[in-house]
Structures are given as C-alpha cells and as structure tokens.
Design a protein around this ligand. Structure first.
Ligand code: GLU
Length: 261
C-alpha cells in the first residue's frame, strides 16, 4: 500500500500563531503514526499580502517546533500555469463562467441568500452571457473573474456557496482552484486543517469531481482559542510563535500546551 501523504499549507501573510502550530504538529504526528509523508506548501498566491520574511519565519518556526518536512517545498506562486490549466478545463466543460461585474454591481445584483463566507449569493447575471460573447470580451481584455455554475453542480453540498468566485481577476490569487490543483499534483491523501476552512471543503470536493481528481480524506480540527475564547488570528501578535519565543517560551512548553508532549 502506498504511504499516506499529509500537508501543512500556510499562507505567508503573517507570523504563525499557536493555531498554526497545532495544525502543523497534528499533521506531523499523523504522518509519523501512519508511516506517512509530510509536505509543506507555501500558499503565497496573494501577491498583495505574501511577504518573503513571513516565508522565512514559517520555515524557522516549524523547525523550532521540531517539525521536519520533505523538500522541495512547493511555492504556489511558481505554479500559476497549473491553476490556469485547470481553470481552462472547467471553462471548456462550462462548469465555470467569466463574470464581468464589478464588486459593486455583483452586490447590487445579489440574491437575498448568503454563502458560508457571509457574502450574498451572486445573482447569476453573467451566467446568461453566451460563450461567444464572453470569449470576445475576454479577448478584448475586459476585466473578469470566474464563477462556478452551481446550477450544473446538481445536488452537491457546495451549492451553499451559490455561484461563488473560484478564480479572481488574477488567477494567482485564487485559493480554491490552487488548493485543489496542488492537493492533486502533490498526491495528498489526507487533508488535515482547521474547522474554519471546513465550509470550503464541499466546494473543493466539487472541483475535484469536475476535474476528475482524487478526493483526499478530510479532517477538520478544532481551533485554538485565546484565554477569552476568541479564535486566534494573525492580527493578534501576542500569540505568534515569534513573540512567545522572544518572551522565553520554549518549544517544549508549546508542545505541552497543545497536547503533543
Ligand atoms: N493556506 C490556508 C491558510 O493558511 C490553508 C489552506 C488549506 O489548508 O487548505 O489558511
């Protein structure tokens, strides 16, 4: 039997905090206990927010926690062509359509129902544009994003998202298409990530089904909260691993606090 493949896939737009440490340690432990492999993927597609110093910090902080991963590390910013190719396949099968609406227009035309991200469902205006017209507008360089056509998705659990945007104007900054493409290309068998991303999983499964990609096993772990019960976030510096380390906290203490000692 082939070995299970796990991954930790942080976005380098801030310092890792205790929640990331928990996720990374859980993946590392599951890989170890199952005789599996642990891959590291840097999800640096958001060019406005990703920074090299955060990438460096991710590598240092994980090593400090005693986690090791296989090399090479996959950097999403080096693989835009892979995401473009899968997007083109979805467009060929008419599972997605280009949307030319500005954010304002999309909001004005929205339905009264909402997706798990709190955004109102898109009203579907651009779904009605013929492929020929859409192709011409794209060729003319008209700004557009790509929406999934949920009407064609049948009874998929992903319909909770409505015709959500799966690729932005700049395909690079499109989390859903990138994550699904990379999980397949890297042969990931087990996706272990926080409950905050759980609502995206039906969408990822739908994209896998449309693209004929294997669906890994998914496990969504509880989120680590601060003393006040708030979900940790990159904006709260106090729980960043850097800050804890600078304050004299040892890696062993972190492992103990998170239940990995
Ligand atoms: N890059 C995402 C994050 O840092 C995680 C993606 C995933 O695990 O699927 O929130």
């Amino acid at each position: 039997m082939s070995r299970p493949v796990f991954r930790f896939a942080p976005s380098p737009n801030g310092f890792l905090h205790l929640g990331h440490a928990y996720s990374a340690l859980l993946n590392a432990r599951m890989a170890m206990e199952t005789g599996g492999r642990l891959l590291l993927r840097i999800e640096d597609t958001d060019e406005g927010r990703s920074r090299p110093e955060f990438v460096q910090a991710v590598l240092e902080d994980l090593a400090w926690l005693g986690i090791s991963w296989e090399v090479p590390v996959r950097f999403q910013s080096e693989h835009f062509a892979d995401y473009e190719a899968n997007l083109a396949r979805l467009w060929e099968m008419a599972a997605v359509y280009p949307c030319f609406c500005s954010r304002k227009t999309a909001q004005a035309l929205a339905l009264s129902s909402y997706g798990p991200d709190g955004q109102p469902h898109y009203g579907g205006t651009c779904r009605a544009i013929s492929r020929t017209d859409a192709g011409e507008r794209i060729a003319r360089g008209e700004v557009h994003g790509w929406r999934i056509d949920m009407a064609r998705a049948g009874d998929s659990a992903a319909t909770i998202w409505g015709d959500t945007m799966i690729a932005k104007r700049h395909v690079g900054s499109s989390y859903h298409i990138a994550v699904v493409t990379d999980d397949a290309l890297q042969g990931i068998t087990h996706v272990v990530r926080g409950k905050d991303i759980e609502p995206a999983t039906p969408l990822h499964k739908l994209l896998q089904q449309l693209l004929g990609l294997p669906t890994p096993d998914y496990f969504h772990h509880d989120l680590i909260c601060d003393a006040e019960g708030r979900k940790l976030s990159k904006s709260i510096a106090s729980t960043s691993l850097r800050q804890l380390r600078a304050g004299g906290v040892t890696a062993d203490t972190i492992l103990e606090r998170l239940g990995f000692s």
